[in-house]
Design a protein around this ligand. Structure first.
Ligand code: CP
Ligand code: NVA
Length: 301
């Protein structure tokens, strides 16, 4: 309905634009560390709609807007008319009259698509049941700033074929790396997302096979937000899919361990791995700030 660019999945941007964002994120991080002020969003406001909990996403967007001289406002479904059934389309048009960008964390991916269709300001997906593209910007940045280009590298995804897995699949397409997924039967990624990635992405039941010679080993919780009542069944299904030292030993000796967090030690990852020398999870979390600043500058600057 409007010419505003949105970031609902990694496929909304070209590979070149994504590469540009990563380079800019690294630059913005250096500028911030050097104490350099950069306020391209002075006077601008980001509306942040949260229908699920968050620590990293909320703080990184809020701090990013503060660094840029703008402001962010937190809108929870519980305290707004969204939670009382005001149509998404109406909310999108109302917020477009007031704010300069909107960030949404919700359940159905279709909700952010509907919101974006009626929004005249940029809309950012801050996690849906299907995708978590902002996290992937930070994850790719974490690799690139330490090791250089990710093109041609191998990533192993161990565990649930969930929103993070789907975004890793899209990242493999856009940044051109190999992705080996190991998930238990019944927890595969969405076939349409998987098939679109072609032979760059493989699916196996064997975590050790997936991790072989990987440059990055990554995982996520076995029970995502909104799936709490399935927890018991999931704990059983995912037994054998923990990223532990033996699994890391299959990967390259200098492989990085990544996790979007929050993590459950003793479930999807062993403490020895997430708290060990190959783990980059704290840098990865910190890079949410810098990668999203690059995104905000691109969309709202
Ligand atoms: N990784 C991530 O999105 O964390 P939060 O749920 O804390 O925002
Ligand atoms: N898959 C997790 C990611 C949390 C950042 C969830 O959706 O709960």
């Amino acid at each position: 309905m409007s010419g505003a660019r949105h970031f609902l999945t990694l496929l909304d941007f070209t590979s070149g634009e994504l590469e540009g964002l990563i380079a800019r994120a690294i630059e913005l991080k250096e500028m911030h560390k050097a104490g350099q002020r950069h306020e391209p969003l002075r006077g601008k406001v980001l509306g942040m709609i949260f229908e699920k909990s968050s620590t990293r996403t909320r703080v990184s967007f809020e701090v990013g807007m503060a660094h840029f001289g703008g402001q962010a406002i937190f809108l929870s479904a519980r305290d707004t008319q969204l939670g009382r059934g005001e149509p998404i389309e109406d909310s999108a048009r109302v917020l477009s009259e007031m704010v300069d960008g909107v960030m949404i964390r919700t359940f159905e991916h279709e909700k952010v698509e509907r919101f974006a269709a009626y929004s005249t300001v940029p809309v950012i997906n801050a996690l849906t049941d299907m995708y978590h593209p902002c996290q992937l910007l930070a994850d790719v940045q974490t690799w690139v700033e330490a090791r250089g280009p990710i093109r041609g590298r191998t990533v192993a995804w161990i565990g649930d074929g969930n929103n993070m897995c789907h975004s890793w699949i899209n990242a493999a397409r856009q940044f051109d790396f190999r992705l080996n997924i190991a998930s238990p039967e019944g927890f595969d990624p969405d076939p349409s997302v998987l098939d679109a990635a072609g032979d760059r992405v493989t699916l196996t039941r064997d975590p050790h096979e997936a991790a072989e010679d990987a440059d990055i080993v990554t995982t996520d919780v076995w029970t995502s937000m909104g799936q709490e009542e399935e927890q018991k069944r999931r704990l059983e299904a995912f037994r054998g899919y923990q990223v532990d030292a033996a699994l890391m030993a299959q990967a390259r000796p200098d492989a990085m361990f990544m996790h979007c967090l929050p993590a459950h030690r003793g479930e999807e990852v062993a403490a020895e791995v997430i708290d060990g020398p190959q783990s980059v999870v704290w840098t990865e979390a910190g890079n949410r700030l810098h990668a999203q600043k690059a995104l905000l500058e691109f969309l709202m600057g």
